[in-house]
Design a binder for this molecule. Structure first.
Ligand code: HEM
Length: 467
C-alpha cells in the first residue's frame, strides 16, 4: 500500500450502518448531530451509508474526491434532494432551491449582480451599517468606563441582517418591519429543520396544524417582500426618479437574453427572499464564531490590529485596501474551516453513476458533510487548533484542493461568496479597530447547534473594550 494511488484504484467498499442502529441513534442525532456523525465516520471511514432519522437511506461522506465528483465533475447528475426541495414550500423557488435549466437561466441572469465591482460598490454601505450597529456599543462602553458586554450572536445577526436587507432593498426599513422579517425567516427555518430531522413527528405536526401555521408565516413573508418591491416600482415610476444602486434594482433591471423580458413579480419575490435567507444567517454565524475565537486567541486579534495600523494608519479601509489586510481574511477563512456555516449539503443522484468503483444507483441521497471534511486530520493537522496562518500565502503545507468548501463548489458555488468575504473582512476590521475583545468568564461552555446553518446552541457574551 505504498502506492498513494492504490487506495484510489481499489474498489470502493461502502460500509453500511444498519437501519436499527441509525434509528437508535436518531434521537441523539436530532439532539446533537455533530458528535454522532463524527463517531460514525471515525468508526466506519470517510463514506458510509446511514438512515437519517432511521428512515431515509443516505450516503454520508467527508471524502474530498467524492465531494468534488458530486459538486463539480459530474454535477449534472446531482440535484438538490427533496430536503432542500421541501424548503421551497416556505421560501419559494429562488436560486438556492431551484433546479435544472430554469436554475441555470436565473443564475446567468443574476450572476453579474455579484461580480467583484458590484460588491466593491456596496463596501460603503456595509461599513456604514457596521458603524451604525456598533455605535450604541461604543456609547455604552464610553459611559461605563471603557467597556461594554454584548450578546455576540444577537449582535451579529442584527448586523448581517441589516447589511443584506439594505444591500437588497436599500431603503431604511422601519425597525419593527426588519425584526418581523428576520423573525419570520428564523421561525420557518427552525420548523423546517425539525420536520426533516425528526420525520416521525410529521403526523403529529399535521394533527397540530403546524404545517398550516408555517405556511401562513411564509405567506406573510412573501406579502411583506411583495409590498417592498411594489413600493420600489412605484417610486421608480415617478418622473425624474433615480433608482438606488442595490440588489433589488439589479433584479428589476435585468432582462432574459432570449425574450428580453424582465422577471415576473413572483420571481422577484423568490429571488429577493433567497438572498435574505441565504445571505444573513451564514455570515452572522461565521462572525459569531470568529468573535468567539478571537476572544480566546487575543494574539490573533492583536496581529490583525497591527497589520491594520500599518496599512491604514487610522483611516477606514476602502475595498482596494482589503488585499493588503490579509490577516483579517485568514482569520475569517480559518473560522469557516472550524465552524462552516453550511456544515452539510445534500444531493440526490438523477441517474446511475459510479465513483472509483462505488456504484451509485439513481435516487441515492448524499449528505456532503463539510464540517467533517474541514476537521479531517489527514488534511488539517491539529484540526481543533485555531490557526489563521493555514490560509496565508507561502505555507509549507498549503491548503489541499477540494478539502476546503465553505461556499460549496462547482456551478452551484455560493453566488454571494465575494459579498460575504468582503462583508466579514470589513466587520472584523471595524470591530478590532474600535475594540479589544475579551471573554467574559463564568459562562456555560459554548456548543454548536447545526440547524440549516451552524450556530451556537445558546448565545454567549464578550466584553468589548474601547481601544
Ligand atoms: C459566510 C457566508 C456564506 C456561506 C458560508 C455560504 C455558503 C453557501 C453554500 C455552501 C452554498 C451552496 C449550497 C449547495 O451547493 O447546496 C451557497 C449557495 C448560495 N448562497 Fe451562500 N453562503 C454565504 C453567504 C451568502 C450571501 C451573503 C449571499 C447573498 C448575498 C448568499 C447567497 C447564496 C445563494 C443565492 C446561493 C444559491 C446559489 C445557486 O445555487 O445558484 N450566500 N452558499
Amino acid at each position: 500500500m505504498n502506492d498513494p494511488l492504490a487506495a484510489a484504484k481499489a474498489p470502493f467498499v461502502l460500509p453500511k450502518m444498519p437501519r436499527w442502529r441509525s434509528l437508535l441513534r436518531s434521537f441523539a442525532l436530532a439532539k446533537d448531530p455533530l458528535p454522532v456523525l463524527n463517531q460514525i465516520l471515525t468508526h466506519h471511514g470517510d463514506t458510509v451509508q446511514v438512515f437519517i432519522g432511521g428512515v431515509e437511506k443516505s450516503i454520508l461522506t467527508r471524502d474530498p474526491g467524492l465531494t468534488q465528483h458530486i459538486l463539480q465533475k459530474n454535477h449534472r447528475n446531482y440535484a438538490k434532494s427533496k430536503f432542500t426541495q421541501g424548503f421551497s414550500r416556505y421560501i419559494g423557488h429562488g436560486l438556492l432551491t431551484n433546479e435544472g435549466p430554469d436554475w441555470l437561466r436565473q443564475r446567468r441572469l443574476i450572476q453579474p449582480g455579484f461580480h467583484r465591482q458590484r460588491v466593491a460598490g456596496l463596501t460603503g454601505l456595509m461599513q456604514e451599517i457596521t458603524a451604525e450597529t456598533l455605535a450604541p456599543v461604543v456609547a455604552k462602553a464610553a459611559d461605563a468606563g471603557g467597556a461594554a458586554t454584548v450578546d455576540v450572536h444577537e449582535l451579529m445577526t442584527r448586523l448581517t441582517f441589516r447589511i443584506i436587507a439594505r444591500s437588497v432593498f436599500s431603503t431604511n426599513f422601519p425597525e419593527a418591519e426588519l425584526d418581523r422579517l428576520a423573525g419570520l425567516i428564523t421561525e420557518i427555518q427552525a420548523f423546517f429543520v425539525r420536520s426533516i430531522r425528526q420525520p416521525y413527528l410529521r403526523l403529529w405536526f399535521q394533527l397540530k396544524g403546524r404545517f398550516k401555521y408555517h405556511d401562513a408565516l411564509a405567506a406573510e413573508l412573501r406579502t411583506l417582500l411583495g409590498d417592498l418591491i411594489a413600493q420600489r416600482q412605484k417610486a421608480n415610476a415617478q418622473p425624474g426618479a433615480t433608482p438606488p444602486d442595490d440588489l433589488l434594482q439589479m433584479l428589476l433591471d435585468v432582462r432574459y437574453e432570449d425574450t428580453g423580458e424582465a422577471m415576473s413579480p413572483d420571481r422577484l419575490i423568490d429571488e429577493s427572499l433567497i438572498l435574505l435567507v441565504a445571505g444573513h444567517e451564514t455570515s452572522a454565524n461565521a462572525l459569531t464564531w470568529l468573535t468567539y475565537l478571537l476572544a480566546h486567541h487575543p494574539a490573533e486579534a492583536v496581529a490583525i490590529q497591527q497589520e491594520m495600523t500599518g496599512v491604514l494608519a487610522g483611516r477606514t479601509p476602502a475595498f482596494e485596501d482589503l488585499p493588503r489586510l490579509g490577516k483579517a481574511l485568514h482569520a475569517v477563512q480559518e473560522t469557516m474551516r472550524r465552524y462552516p456555516p453550511a456544515w452539510m449539503v445534500d444531493r440526490v443522484a438523477l441517474a446511475d453513476d459510479e465513483y472509483n468503483g462505488l456504484r451509485i444507483p439513481k435516487g441515492t441521497l448524499f449528505s456532503l458533510y463539510f464540517h467533517g471534511l474541514h476537521h479531517d486530520a489527514k488534511y488539517w493537522p491539529e484540526p481543533e487548533e485555531f490557526r489563521p496562518t493555514r490560509f496565508a500565502p507561502g505555507q509549507e503545507r498549503p491548503v489541499q484542493a477540494n478539502t476546503y468548501v465553505p461556499f460549496g463548489g462547482g456551478p452551484r458555488l455560493c453566488i454571494g461568496m465575494q459579498f460575504a468575504l468582503t462583508e466579514m473582512q470589513l466587520v472584523t476590521l471595524e470591530l478590532l479597530r474600535q475594540f479589544d475583545i475579551q471573554w467574559v468568564p463564568g459562562q456555560l461552555p459554548v456548543t454548536m447547534q447545526p440547524l440549516i446553518t451552524l450556530r451556537p446552541k445558546q448565545d454567549f457574551r464578550v466584553k468589548l473594550r474601547l481601544r
